[in-house]
Design a protein around this ligand. Sequence first.
Ligand SMILES: Nc1ncnc2c1ncn2[C@@H]1O[C@H](COP(=O)(O)OP(=O)(O)OP(=O)(O)O)[C@@H](O)[C@H]1O
Length: 367
Amino acid sequence: MSVQVPTQSPPRLEVRNLYRQYGNRTVVDDVSLSIEPGQVTCLLGPSGCGKSTTLRMIAGVDMQDRGEIYVDGKLICDTVYRVPPERRKIGLMFQDFALFPHMSVADNVAFGLKDSAPKKRLRVEELMEKVGLSWAIDQAPHHLSGGEQQRVALARALAPRPRIMLMDEPFSGLDNRLRDDIRDETLALLKDEDTAVLLVTHEPEEALRMADEIALMRDGRIVQQGSPYNIYNAPVDREAMAFFSDINIIRGTSNGALTDTPFGQFLTPGCAEGAAVEIVIRPQHLHLDFDRAGQGPAPTAAHGQAALGIVERARFMGTESLVEFRMDYDNSKLKATVPNVFMPKPGMRFWLTLRRDRCFVFPEKAK
Ligand SMILES: Nc1ncnc2c1ncn2[C@@H]1O[C@H](COP(=O)(O)OP(=O)(O)OP(=O)(O)O)[C@@H](O)[C@H]1O
């Protein structure tokens, strides 16, 4: 009897061990990624970390020094073999998406299509309806607003049914309110077309909002890859945590498997005795209690021990308030956010506790 081995289809896009050097500087350092149809992966990282260079190599407009790129399991580029950009079935969308000004919207969208005129028209009409711009099909691009032009650019990029869409900060030229709408519509359309998407951004909110998977990049390398939830809630190191929000750092020294802090003891297994340790927590996970004649709340398992802080400054931020404290134990500063309006006066005393399940312990970085 023969046993049927289930065959798994290869990822839509797979990048294996890409390297790129400019001069003697490595700007893309061993980057590997794989993206399934209908999946959005965000390449997220600070300016200059190598995101656009990675995208350009996948698009075929730059060439890697090492590594391979596959589409649907087929090699499209290594250091010897190279499918030219126009034959990769990859759509591109960049911040400066410039439509052709001398062509109508319909001709712009049909630009990459090789079908007969009636077929082209059908595809253009279908896409214009999907982006909510059927009324603008025969207009000149300059009659449309920035957001509408962005939608036309999206329709143009999607018209040839690319199997993969590469997007480099495509929404950064739009104002905030418009950007949220266009992001959501774009996402829905890309999912509808079952396109695999690699989106480059340096904005964590954009990645959290759009990505099925985030690849966090730093100095040319992917330092962490996973779902937005995991990247946010299980950061690999302090920098990964700080990329998404403000952080507070409480420093201590490991004493075997424990580290003493003014907020109580923390388990620090694996840290050498005497090693410097950082307990890192986001401002929204600090808890405040009023001072009761010099007394704070009793220690609990969930919040540990309370430490006294003196208010230095409080600011209202819209949906929450940010309070900055000078800590009584060593004059260090800690920040706490509180929902809604909470504006204590400078000099007021509060007892601060930490949500222990939201604390991360990292070895202190060598200076
Ligand atoms: N053609 C080039 N020649 C030399 N250096 C380059 C070239 N292209 C990019 N670089 C350098 O490589 C590094 C990575 O650039 P890249 O554009 O990939 O970064 P990025 O993460 O996309 O940044 P940003 O978000 O600012 O666009 C930068 O330091 C950049 O100056």
